[in-house]
Design a binder for this molecule. Structure first.
Ligand SMILES: Cc1cc2nc3c(=O)[nH]c(=O)nc-3n(C[C@H](O)[C@H](O)[C@H](O)COP(=O)(O)OP(=O)(O)OC[C@H]3O[C@@H](n4cnc5c(N)ncnc54)[C@H](O)[C@@H]3O)c2cc1C
Length: 464
C-alpha cells in the first residue's frame, strides 16, 4: 500500500476517503473509459483540500481535481503508470450568499450549476451558465473548463460571470480572492489563470459570480432551414428583430433530431417535415416575447429562409424542443463506429463553408462516412463529428489520422479553434499544441511551471 494512504484516511475520515479499487464510479468518464488511482478523496472544507494537496506534494503524488465528472475530453482520468489521487469536490456544496442588490452569488466549488440557477431564480436573478449537464456539472468544473452552453450568445462564457475565487495552490497555500467588485485594475488579473485551466494550476474551492436580471418570460421556435446557406442570413435577421431578447440560436442536424426522437419516445416530433437542418431559437425578456418571436417566424418564411416551423404554445412544448437539442449527444447513437470529433469555432461568416467542406472531406475518404453537426451557431461554435462503421477490411487508424489532419487544417485555415468549448483535457492535448505558435505554447508551459514546478496538478491534461 502507498504510504500516503493511511495519512489521507486519518486526515479525511471514512466520509472523505474511498480506496481506488472501490471508486470506479469516479474513475470512469462519460464515454466509459476507466483508469485507476490510489484513492478518491472527498474533502469537506478548504482547509482539508489544502492539507491533502500539501501531503500529495510532499509524497510527489499527482492530484486530479474533479467536479461532476461530466467533461467529454478525458480531463479527470488518472494517467497510467503514475501515483495519483482524485480530489472530488462534491462535499463542498454550500451556497454561501445570494446578494440580489449587488447581483452576486458566492458558493463552494462543488455546488452544481443547477443549484446556483435555482438559488438565483429564487431572488429574481439569472445565473447564466446553462447546459445539459446542469444537474451534475459543478461550478468549480464550469470555471475550470470555462464552460459555454446555451446562454453564451447573450451572457458570454463562464469566464465572463466570475468575479472572485478562492484557490488551493499546488503547494497547499490558500489564495483568497473572494472579491465581489466589478472593476479592479490593480495589476495582473490572477483569477483568469485558473479559468479554463482544467485543474492544472490549482484547486478552486470557492467562487463569486455575477448574476443578471431575471428574464421570467421565454419562448422558443424550431424551424426547418431551406438551405444551409441561409444560416447566417437568418441569424442576422433574428438579431436585428430581437436585439438582446435573443438568448440562443442553435443549429441541429436532421440525423441527430431523428436519433433523439427514436431513442427517447417521450419526446414529441415538432412537425412532420423531415429535413437536413433545423434551427432552434430562444427569446427571453421581462415581458412576453411572443410578438417578437412571431415576427422572426413570419419573416423567415417571407424571405424563404424557412420551409416549416413551430412556435412553442406552452412551457411543456418549449421544454420538448430543448430536450430534443440536449439529447443530440452524438456518441450515444453510434456505439459501433469510430468517432472523430471536433469542437469547432470559426468566424460566423465561415460556418456554412466549413460545414460544406467538412462533409466533402468526410465522403471523399469514405463514401459511407456519417457527417454530424450540432451546435451553438450564434457563437460560431459547432460540435462536428465523422462516424465510420467498424467493418472488416477498413483501416480505421489510417482514416482517423487523415480526417483529423484534414479537418484540423480546414478549421485553422479559417483562423478557428479545434477546442472551442469543451476544453482540451487528454483528448486534444497533442493536437491543440499545433494550434498554438511556439511563442504562445512556451508562455503556457512557463505559466504551468511557475504555479506547479513539481508538475503534480492533473498531469497529461491540457499541456502535453
Ligand atoms: C450532456 C452534456 C452536455 C454538455 N454540454 C456542454 C455545453 O453545452 N457546453 C460546455 O462547455 N460543456 C458541456 N458539457 C461538458 C461538461 O459538462 C463541462 O465541461 C463542465 O464544465 C464540466 O464540469 P464538471 O463539474 O463535470 O467537471 P469535471 O468533468 O469533473 O472536470 C472538468 C475539468 O475541470 C477540473 N476541475 C473540476 N473541478 C475543479 C475545481 N474545483 N478546481 C479546479 N479544477 C477543477 C478537472 O480537473 C477537469 O480538468 C456537457 C457535458 C454533458 C455530459
Amino acid at each position: 500500500m502507498h504510504p500516503i494512504l493511511e495519512e489521507l484516511k486519518d486526515l479525511l475520515g471514512d466520509k472523505g476517503f474511498i480506496p481506488g479499487d472501490e471508486a470506479v464510479e469516479f474513475t470512469t468518464d462519460v464515454a466509459g473509459t476507466t483508469a485507476s488511482c490510489l484513492a478518491v478523496l472527498r474533502p469537506a472544507s478548504t482547509q482539508e483540500v489544502a492539507q491533502v494537496v500539501a501531503l500529495c506534494a510532499a509524497h510527489n503524488v499527482a492530484v486530479i481535481p474533479q467536479g461532476g465528472n461530466t467533461n467529454v475530453c478525458g480531463m479527470t482520468l488518472p494517467q497510467v503508470g503514475q501515483d495519483s489521487v482524485l480530489i472530488n469536490m462534491s462535499r463542498m456544496n454550500q451556497i454561501r450568499e445570494v446578494d440580489a442588490a449587488c447581483s452576486t452569488i458566492s458558493a463552494e466549488a462543488g455546488c452544481t450549476i443547477g443549484a446556483l440557477q435555482a438559488a438565483a431564480t429564487a431572488k429574481d436573478r439569472i445565473f447564466a451558465p446553462d447546459w445539459g449537464a446542469r444537474g451534475t456539472a459543478q461550478v468549480g468544473g464550469a470555471v475550470a473548463t470555462n464552460g459555454g452552453g446555451q446562454n453564451v450568445f447573450r451572457y458570454g462564457t463562464t469566464r465572463e460571470q466570475v468575479l472572485g475565487m478562492e484557490v488551493v495552490l499546488p503547494d497547499g497555500q490558500i489564495w483568497d480572492a473572494m472579491r465581489t467588485i466589478r472593476k479592479d485594475n490593480s495589476g495582473y488579473d490572477m483569477k483568469q489563470m485558473f479559468i479554463g485551466s482544467e485543474g492544472t494550476l490549482g484547486i478552486i474551492t470557492k467562487l463569486v459570480f455575477k448574476l443578471h436580471p431575471a428574464q421570467p418570460v421565454s419562448n422558443s421556435m424550431m424551424a426547418v432551414l431551406n438551405d444551409q446557406r441561409h444560416l447566417m442570413d437568418y441569424l442576422n435577421l433574428a438579431k436585428e428583430i430581437a436585439g438582446d431578447k435573443l438568448v440562443a440560436f442553435e443549429l441541429l442536424n436532421g440525423l441527430g433530431v431523428e436519433k433523439a426522437l427514436e431513442r427517447y419516445p417521450d419526446l414529441k416530433r415538432p412537425f412532420d417535415t423531415r429535413a437536413d437542418w433545423y434551427i432552434l431559437v430562444r427569446l427571453a425578456g421581462a415581458s412576453s416575447v411572443d410578438d417578437t418571436l412571431a415576427t422572426i417566424f413570419e419573416q423567415g418564411f417571407e424571405k424563404e429562409y424557412l420551409s416549416d416551423a413551430v412556435m412553442a404554445q406552452s412551457l411543456e412544448q418549449e421544454r420538448n424542443l430543448w430536450e430534443i437539442r440536449e439529447q443530440m449527444i452524438p456518441f450515444q447513437y453510434f456505439p459501433n463506429h469510430l468517432q472523430c470529433k471536433w469542437d469547432v469555432s470559426v468566424p460566423l461568416t465561415n460556418i456554412t463553408a466549413f460545414l460544406e467542406q467538412a462533409e466533402q472531406i468526410a465522403h471523399r475518404h469514405h463514401p459511407e462516412a456519417i457527417s454530424y453537426a450540432v451546435g451553438h451557431v450564434g457563437d460560431g461554435n459547432i460540435h462536428y463529428c465523422i462516424f465510420i462503421e467498424r467493418a472488416p477490411g477498413i483501416d480505421l487508424t489510417e482514416l482517423e489520422q487523415t480526417y483529423l489532419a484534414e479537418i484540423d487544417a480546414l478549421i485553422w485555415s479559417y483562423g478557428g479553434s479545434i477546442v472551442a468549448e469543451h476544453g482540451v483535457g487528454a483528448a486534444y492535448a497533442k493536437r491543440m499544441r499545433q494550434q498554438k505558435s511556439e511563442v504562445e505554447y512556451a508562455m503556457m508551459q512557463n505559466i504551468k511551471a511557475l504555479f506547479d514546478p513539481q508538475g503534480i496538478m492533473n498531469p497529461g491534461k491540457l499541456l502535453e
